[in-house]
Design a protein around this ligand. Structure first.
Ligand SMILES: N[C@@H](CCC(=O)N[C@@H](CS)C(=O)NCC(=O)O)C(=O)O
Length: 223
């Protein structure tokens, strides 16, 4: 059976978990905390979660894991079959990851977990990058009703677990409402949020967040 290593407070972990649930693949969840201990590094070279354990070995990096699931399981396709549509859908997901999730991430510790304030220079970079990232999503996203069009794809998975966090970063730190200028995005978040699989992921996250916050607090105190 597939084993998903990581923790439910992680948005990347939840991207893979949702794909597994949508595809109806049986899997076991195994707690693993991203860090530089030898056990984690043996599974994930950069110590990041999620890690998917397959019969052939460990896979890290969410996009590679999602590709693996897509290529090994035809049920509930998360990418179109036609090569150009497939590539543009992947591009959308990548743009959300690189230009929305990553800049917002600079500010997560401060905004969500009571961690140290983000250094001012990094905050300024996050603000600039987020503006451009949301502009790109506005230009490229279809929201009809899903990010890439008619069907739920990997772009929606990245959207669901990135845009909500970036929106809160924007509201709390920069007094910006990114979703205001994105017609369809709020409706899509609502639509996705009502799915049973998404609700399950969200409920598990809720339970795990206090423990994650505590690990972060302990790690900050040790520094
Ligand atoms: N590029 C990685 C990013 C994953 C990632 O950033 N995971 C976070 C948890 S949400 C993590 O492992 N953080 C621990 C650390 O950086 O030490 C992926 O796509 O899977």
């Amino acid at each position: 059976m597939l084993r998903l290593h990581g923790f439910p407070a992680s948005n990347y972990y939840n991207m893979v978990k949702l794909a597994l649930l949508l595809k109806g693949l049986p899997f076991e969840e195994v707690p693993l905390y991203g860090c530089r201990n030898p056990k984690t590094l043996a599974m994930s070279p950069r110590g990041k979660v999620p890690v998917l354990e397959t019969e052939q070995g460990f896979l890290s990096e969410t996009d590679a894991i999602l590709d693996y699931l897509e290529e090994s399981c035809e049920v509930y396709p998360l990418l179109p079959g036609e090569p150009f549509a497939r590539a543009t859908t992947r591009a959308l997901a990548k743009e959300i990851e690189l230009y929305i999730e990553l800049p917002a991430r600079y500010c997560y510790a401060e905004v969500f977990f009571g961690g140290r304030p983000t250094p001012e220079a990094l905050k300024a970079k996050a603000k600039r990058d987020l503006e451009k990232g949301f502009e790109a999503l506005r230009a490229r996203g279809r929201f009809s009703p899903y990010v890439a069009g008619e069907y739920l794809t990997v772009a929606d998975i990245y959207f669901l677990y990135s845009v909500d966090l970036a929106q809160v970063v924007g509201e709390r730190l920069f007094d910006v409402d990114y979703l205001e200028a994105l017609p369809g995005a709020t409706a899509l978040l609502k639509r996705l949020g009502s799915m049973a699989e998404v609700r399950r992921v969200a409920a598990d996250r809720e339970v795990d967040v206090p423990a994650f916050r505590e690990r972060l607090r302990a790690a900050t105190q040790q520094r």
